[in-house]
Design a protein around this ligand. Sequence first.
Ligand SMILES: [Zn+2]
Length: 184
Amino acid sequence: MNASGNPALVLNADFRPLSYYPLSLCSWQDAVKSVFLNRVSVIEKYDQSVSSPTISFKLPSVIALKDYVMPQRKPAFTRFNVFLRDNFTCQYCAKKFAANDLTFDHLVPRCLHGKTTWQNVVSACTTCNLKKGRKLIQNTDMKLLKRPVQPHSMQLQNNGRNFPPNYLHDSWRDYLYWDTELEN
Ligand SMILES: [Zn+2]
């Protein structure tokens, strides 16, 4: 069986995905291991099954942790999380980009002793980054979309919901669109 196939969606004990973007998935091998270690409950299954000489069972497609995991209050200050905070949108031209096409821009440039912090770093496309260069924004004709702040984990989770993954198994949909469906 293809090792990258049949991943399981991992839900927290409250049945919400552990994370939306990237979506919390684990390989079928890890899913099976967690079931045997009694750490998770199987919520939905694939049609495919695995078998050993003694038993055979269907691969889990959705699993839920038995113990609730508290989301970290302070998200890690990473490039990815900065892009997620800014919704993968250049904070100068307000256009959306793929992560590969986004860069980090220091509001107060490093050459002016600007720090690499949540409050001084924004997502910028390459064009805007080059255009701003080592200037302060007030010395350019550019506008800042939003003053950057340190996000809460909840805010990053919410932003992550806007980015559905390329592949969605049918059995995941209810869990991913739980909140969306309630709004209708
Ligand atoms: Zn831009």
